[in-house]
Design a protein around this ligand. Structure first.
Ligand code: ZN
Length: 188
């Protein structure tokens, strides 16, 4: 390893985990499997005629409790994001204790609305794939118009009164794949 590489590694560690740049090596095998399932759900959302976003809620043993995908286009409501759809389901299907003990896996970094539903719905752990910044670059690059970039989900998830663990971006190349070519007709 060159001295420069060593320096960059050391400066990366100083930025702390909450600054993101986490790799898949930060996740256990079970967590990687669950995040890949959320990415599969994002590809499924695209196949179903929507933008490619998927999310699931798993319990502490890694069992999938609920799954959801974005349904904005087919449902005629731009608020039907994957994580918000998931959290509405979780509010009626799970107890507060089950939500608090669960981990929400999302193919992409939650937007402010979804981060709000995760916060108020009482989920205390989030793992996401594609980071907001990279989504912005992909979507704006394909569409030629700016796509919203809010500064990251940690602003909301870790700006409240509870301690919420957030891991991501992780498996970013895999999470980016379903977005290939699907933002060309996006209008802000
Ligand atoms: Zn959202």
């Amino acid at each position: 390893m060159s001295p420069d590489a060593d320096l960059s590694k050391s400066s990366l560690s100083k930025t702390s985990l909450s600054e993101s740049s986490l790799s898949e090596s930060s996740l256990s095998t079970t967590e990687q499997r669950l995040l890949r399932r959320a990415i599969e759900l994002s590809a499924q959302a695209r196949a179903n005629g929507n933008l490619p976003f998927g999310a699931l809620l798993a319990d502490a043993e890694g069992r999938v409790l609920l799954e959801a995908e974005t349904t904005g286009k087919t449902g005629g409501n731009v608020l039907y994001h994957a994580e918000t759809n998931l959290m509405h389901e979780a509010m009626s299907a799970l107890t507060p204790e089950e939500r608090a003990a669960g981990t929400l896996y999302s193919s992409c970094e939650p937007c402010p609305m979804c981060a709000g539903t995760i916060y108020w719905g009482g989920v205390d752990r989030v793992v996401f794939g594609l980071g907001e910044r990279r989504l912005y670059e992909i979507a704006s690059g394909q569409s030629g118009v700016p796509v919203a970039c809010f500064g990251g989900c940690r602003l909301i998830l870790q700006g409240g009164a509870r301690d919420i663990e957030v891991l991501g971006p992780c498996l970013e190349d895999e999470a980016a794949a379903p977005h290939e070519g699907c933002w060309t007709d996006w209008q802000a």
